[in-house]
Design a protein around this ligand. Structure first.
Ligand SMILES: Nc1ncnc2c1ncn2[C@@H]1O[C@H](COP(=O)(O)OP(=O)(O)O)[C@@H](O)[C@H]1O
Ligand SMILES: [Mg+2]
Length: 467
């Protein structure tokens, strides 16, 4: 018997029939494209969580039709920005994009385009002409950090792109590991309103239903079926994470195809899964900051059955630290490294827990003062010192405002003039106006009225001005 394994994990999913779940994210993207503003979105998620697969799926003509966009008029172009390197310039990138578009757009769209002078005006005219012909372009820009981090792509490039997206009927779908606002190499770009044209759409773990659908979908026409208890064990050990599930399922399927006994099957898939998964978990760990590592370690130890050989950890101290770490946990949830249960957070899989507990003894922690200490010592300190752990409780500020900017915004929104704010905070009027400019940029507004409205909508003011 020759089975071809229906579970794959090396490459993104390109066949819409093999793509599972993500219905809510897909509808979010399309509903923003369908509205008159033709709005852009940014997919944010960790490596391997399924961003590229999702972009390919969105680029599928049948999927577009099913979501109310006519593929004869809406042209989706997938671009892997890993191609961008130190020698790439914005002009070169546009040349490449237009070359690719030429294969799907009507020839007359290109008649008046002078490709040797591709400035923002030429591009604006190009997309305007297309719009007038009822043709629209959606650029799917995978691994967008390759341009936000590239010094050749300065504010001009991002302002140009923003203007095309707002006024000239171009839509962008980006994917990146972190939110765009956290990525860029320059403060000037970070404080520009470029990023507020995007809605962030987080690509996280699968829901339990999506996870089960992945298995059911792959095995629908197959004579091999996983038993219910095997499926439960697999979901517990690999987690509801598309990549890790595909890996575990791949090896469980292979064990069936090789006609292993029940016990041998389990040994086989778990062993192969660990080998394949470990380097990716190591990568998630490396890509976590100190606070995230402390919280991940506390979760792993709190979840580990007592009596295991990890040394003695005070369970109530671990829980107390976790209770103070809402902001970090929420961020780890966005990254898909933990999942939210009803009353608490848990690591996304049993193997992730195992991996962390085993890795801890070798980890070190860099001190602010220079020098390193063993990680477990840093964790002990975090558990003991209320001061170190209190900062874990900070809540995330909206729109990337700094604590000082929040203060200024609150005062402005409660009706104070610049001079009054300056007196109240003991700042110079000039500093207040610098803060205000930065606040406007981050909120994407250009008046006190609009900033005040933002503050009210986000419940940032305790005493709104009396009318
Ligand atoms: N929606 C999905 N349905 C089925 N499998 C998926 C899905 N999304 C991701 N996968 C699996 O996860 C792997 C990694 O996905 P990929 O799109 O390459 O992630 P990313 O671009 O975020 O790094 C894919 O090779 C595939 O095995
Ligand atoms: Mg990818």
């Amino acid at each position: 018997m020759n089975h071809s394994n229906p579970f794959t994990y090396g490459n993104p999913i390109t066949d819409a029939a093999r793509f599972v779940g993500r219905a809510r994210q897909i509808e979010q993207v399309f509903s923003r494209l369908r509205n008159v503003e033709f709005e852009s979105s940014s997919l944010v998620g960790e490596r391997r969580v399924g961003k590229t697969s999702l972009l390919y799926h969105l680029a599928d003509a049948a999927v577009q039709r099913a979501h109310g966009l006519d593929p004869a008029r809406y042209h989706f172009l997938y671009v892997d920005l890993a191609l961008v390197d130190a020698t790439t310039t914005p002009a070169r990138l546009w040349q490449y994009l237009l070359g690719r578009l030429e294969t799907s757009l009507p020839a007359r769209a290109f008649e008046e385009l002078d490709r040797t002078a591709l400035d923002n005006f030429a591009l604006a005219e190009f997309f305007d002409r297309l719009g007038a012909q009822g043709q629209y372009v959606v650029l799917l820009l995978d691994e967008f950090e390759n341009v936000t981090r590239n010094a050749n792509f300065g504010p001009d490039f991002f302002y140009g792109l923003r203007s095309l997206a707002i006024h000239h009927k171009l839509a962008l779908l980006t994917s990146s590991r972190r939110e765009l606002i956290e990525l860029t190499h320059s403060d000037e770009i970070r404080s520009s309103p470029f990023f507020n044209i995007f809605a962030n759409i987080n690509v996280r773990l699968f829901s339990p239903d999506e996870a089960r659908a992945l298995i059911a979908n792959a095995l629908a026409d197959d004579e091999i079926a996983f038993s219910a208890s095997e499926t439960d064990a697999l979901l517990d050990y690999a987690g509801a994470h598309p990549y890790f599930m595909q890996v575990a399922c791949h090896f469980l399927y292979a064990a069936y195809a090789q006609r292993h006994s029940d016990a041998a099957r389990e040994m086989f898939w778990r062993g192969e899964f660990r080998k394949q998964a470990a380097p990716h978990l190591a990568e998630y760990w490396r890509h976590s900051d100190d606070k995230e590592k402390i919280v991940l370690a506390a979760l792993a130890l709190a979840e580990t059955p007592r009596g295991a050989a990890q040394g003695e950890w005070d369970l109530s101290a671990l829980r107390a630290l976790l209770a103070r770490s809402e902001r970090v946990l929420a961020h780890l949830d966005k990254r898909g490294l933990v999942r939210r249960l009803q009353e608490r957070y848990a690591l996304f899989s049993a193997f992730w827990r195992e991996w962390i507990v085993n890795a801890l003894p070798e980890q070190t922690f860099e001190l602010d003062t220079g020098g390193t200490i063993p990680f477990v010592q840093a964790l002990q300190t975090a558990l003991a010192q209320s001061e170190l752990t209190e900062s874990f409780a900070e809540t995330e500020l909206p729109a990337g405002l700094s604590p000082r900017e929040l203060e200024v915004l609150q005062l402005v929104a409660s009706g104070l003039s610049d001079a009054q704010v300056a007196r109240k905070l003991v700042l110079s009027p000039r500093t207040v106006s610098t803060h205000l400019q930065s606040i406007y940029n981050k909120l994407g507004v250009n008046s006190r009225v609009a900033a005040t409205r933002f503050a009210l909508e986000h419940r940032l003011v305790k005493n709104p001005p009396k009318k």
